[in-house]
Design a protein around this ligand. Structure first.
Ligand code: ADP
Length: 677
């Protein structure tokens, strides 16, 4: 029939006749009915129809069946074009066919038996080259007939015809033996338990063709496999169906065992059945299979041990892999997972998600943007929060093969973070209230004690005066502490009033340095300031708040450095950021403590030895302010050698100096503050 695989296909009638050098005129038709009609009417000599159609309809026409049955090489299914379940259906049909083919008693073989019959089925695997043997035997028979008939003239004509045929047979025999000898698979024929033919490639088991011919086939099979292989062989010989292909081990000449795959079928050898066997070395394949199995079991173990739910989906939406954690997190029923269809799985879990629309929109977006990596938090209706991370899977970095999804249950950590944030807020509020309440009594203590001390100065004993001095001094310190706390809680609570304006950092720093004049002088120190480049952009920050920061950093540098040492302030530009750095040659900060010094009330042991008065709040306030203003602050320090504190702010668009009063010393050279001795 027109376009039928049995007409033009690789095993169709055209190819078959061509391989036997038979020329024919083909009449393609549109229906099986027309095939039978044309034979019936004598328009054609022969026709090919579907087996079932032939069986049911042959009696209605003047047609006779032949024994020729075309090997059912291809199975074709028709599915709805572009339907999402197609790949799933194809995979399911394929996997079922594979398992049916592995069972000789399956419905697959029963169906073949009832249509083609066991004999025809085995014959269908006979290689074509064996037919010349049959032809040769036929020719001999014809010769003897001719002699008995004794009709000479007829005999000669027949002789010519026969010689022609023998010539053709020889040609095709040569052709087939070339094919057999060039084959990569070992080919052998076993008759009466003995090997009667082998090709060159049989040396995959170490023997030459000559060494193997005449030997019992079981001599070459691994001992533990002999029973199975011999069992298949004798079943085939008695016409019982056996698997057409199976794996076993053969004995190599060097004593090792070789993994092979055997395909076999019965052929006719001089009127008796013989076993035609194809032997393929699958050592390499086995090794790869073992490797893959190992990799798979490692992966499965890893996945099962993983705290995250994992789902891997191929490019068609079929599920390749998932772990138990995934099943538990999403509570997916087993039957749903068994469909291996991610769409079905998605439909079965979507009702658990709070914002289903957003969830679906996101999935749709990722299917359209294959290369996207992303992560997202998903709130579930039962109160859980899942964090989802997804990334595409590529082979060789370019071929998209699917997507992997990871799911983590972050309900606990999210609640924890919320609790911490809540506590922090409550703490800040408490500190703020406490500081407010303390302000008035401290102020009273300070005022009253200084008044008592100053008014009664002449009547006081030395001890009384010392006590009053101490009260005044400590109430001043307490007052300062309370102010610090208030400022910090304002910064942390986000209630600090900030008015950003363009600031020249170098000028502000110089002004602050002059404020520190007294202490710097007392300790015989120098503070140098360097600008790089000489014209720097301004920064847009709140001046009062930043003054606090610089003052704290400079005061610390002076406080924690030895007398007579030098402090260097550098203001520079780095990739669009204005950077302030204050470097001292002081006590330094041990590595382990460098992060903690920005915590409230933290003071290093060395710092406590050097200065007893600090409260450990200056850096905490500086950090709060810098971060609130959109900058960054950090330290680089070596214990015993000194520290450098940095902060950065983005440069404002306007550069320093424009529209501003000129710089006293617009130079990159160090300019000294005048507080040096
Ligand atoms: P305080 O100086 O009142 O202790 P800070 O918050 O300003 O509080 O500093 C916290 C701690 O950081 C200090 O106690 C000290 O241990 C360390 N530190 C700050 N600046 C320096 C510095 N320039 N050199 C060495 N240590 C420093």
């Amino acid at each position: 029939m027109q376009d039928d695989i049995h007409y033009t296909g690789p095993s169709g009638i055209q190819a078959a006749l061509k391989s036997f050098n038979v020329t024919a005129t083909y009449v393609p038709v549109d229906s099986y009915e027309s095939v039978f009609k044309q034979i019936d009417e004598g328009k054609v000599d022969a026709g090919v129809v579907n087996w079932l159609y032939g069986q049911t309809n042959q009696h209605q026409y003047n047609v006779a069946p032949t024994n020729i049955i075309f090997d059912p090489v291809d199975l074709r299914y028709a599915l709805k074009k572009g339907a999402p379940q197609n790949q799933y259906l194809i995979d399911a049909i394929d996997s079922n066919l594979i398992s049916l083919k592995q069972d000789p008693n399956s419905a697959y073989y029963q169906a073949l038996d009832s249509t083609i019959g066991p004999y025809t089925r085995t014959v269908s695997r006979i290689p074509g080259w064996f037919y010349p043997l049959v032809f040769t035997a036929g020719s001999i028979l014809i010769f003897s007939l001719i002699f008995t008939l004794g009709k000479r003239g007829y005999q000669q004509a027949l002789k010519r015809e026969i010689q022609k045929r023998i010539g053709q047979i020889k040609d095709s025999e040569e052709k087939y033996s070339a094919v057999v000898n060039q084959a990569h698979d070992g080919i052998a024929i076993i008759h009466d338990d003995k090997i009667i033919f082998a090709n060159k490639a049989i040396n995959i088991i170490g023997y030459s063709e000559k060494e193997i011919i005449g030997k019992h086939f079981a001599d070459f099979i691994a001992p533990e496999e002999v029973k199975k292989v011999a069992g298949f062989y004798s079943s085939r010989m008695t016409g019982t169906v056996t698997p057409p292909m199976y794996e076993t081990k053969v004995r190599h000449k060097d004593g090792t065992l070789v993994d092979v795959e055997i395909s076999s079928g019965i052929i006719n050898y001089l009127g008796e059945p013989a076993d035609l066997v194809l032997v393929r070395d699958i050592t390499q394949r086995k090794k790869l299979e073992e490797d893959i199995k190992l990799q798979n079991s490692i992966l499965t173990a890893e996945l099962d041990a993983s705290m995250s739910g994992v789902l891997i989906v191929d490019k068609n939406g079929n599920i390749i892999l998932y772990n138990q954690r995934f099943v538990d997190l999403w509570r997916v029923p087993k039957a749903v997972l068994n469909t291996k269809n991610s769409q079905i799985v998605l439909n079965s879990v979507i009702h658990q998600v709070n914002d289903q629309q957003e969830f679906m929109r996101y999935i749709d977006y990722l299917y359209k943007h294959k290369s996207k990596k992303d992560h997202q938090e998903i709130e579930l209706a039962d109160g859980r929060t899942l964090e989802r991370y997804t990334a595409p899977l590529y082979i060789d970095k370019k071929t998209y093969v699917g997507r992997v999804w990871f799911f983590f249950d972050i309900t606990e950590s999210k609640q924890q973070a919320e609790r911490v944030a809540h506590l922090e807020k409550a703490k800040t509020e408490f500190v703020s209230v406490a500081a407010h309440q303390l302000r008035a009594p401290i102020a009273s203590i300070k005022t009253v004690s200084s008044v008592v001390r100053d008014i009664n100065a002449d009547n006081l004993t030395k001890t009384q005066k010392d006590f009053l001095d101490k009260i005044v001094k400590e109430s001043e310190q307490m007052n300062e502490l309370v102010h610090f706390l208030l400022r910090i809680s304002k910064a942390e609570g986000g209630v600090m009033t900030l008015t950003p304006s363009p600031i020249r950092l170098d000028r502000l720093t110089k002004d602050i340095i002059s404020e520190l004049g007294d202490i710097v002088k007392r300790k015989h120190m120098k503070i140098k300031i360097v600008k790089q480049p000489s014209t720097l952009p301004k920064i847009s920050v709140d001046k009062n708040a930043l003054t606090q920061v610089i003052l704290n950093l400079l005061a610390n540098a002076v406080e924690y450095s030895p007398g007579g040492s030098e402090i260097l302030v550098t203001i520079s530009l780095h990739e669009g950021l204005v950077r302030f750095a204050v470097k001292d040659a002081g006590i330094g900060i041990p590595k382990a403590e460098q992060q903690r010094i920005f915590d409230k009330f933290y003071r290093s042991e060395q710092a406590k030895e050097v200065s007893g008065s600090g409260a450990g709040l200056g850096l905490a306030l500086a950090k709060s302010i810098v971060e609130t203003l959109g900058g960054q602050i950090w330290v680089d320090s070596e214990e015993g050698k000194g520290s450098t504190f940095f902060f950065t702010f983005p440069a404002a668009s306007e550069t320093a100096g424009i529209g501003d009063e000129p710089d006293a010393k617009p130079t990159a050279e160090p300019s000294e503050t005048g507080f040096n001795n």
